[in-house]
Design a protein. Sequence first.
Length: 92
Amino acid sequence: TVGPVFSGAQDRSALLASCYRESLHLAAELGTRSVAFPAISTGIYGWPMDDGARIAVRTVLAETVAPVEEVRFVLFDAHAYVEFEEVLAMRG
């Protein structure tokens, strides 16, 4: 999945959420039990990490369906880890 380039002039949040959603649906169709995601679009595409983490976690929690049992976020640095940890902590 190729994520959208961040734009301060346009709200592309739905496009970013769609990357996670469509990947999860494809994984379910293939019978996959486990999926790993990077923080899509937060690198060279410039998406702010805090917003990217909120969109990723919200979408994964809302869209994960059987047979997918486990979703992991594979993050490239401590900053990404902290942002995802904060969002996940707020979700209880």
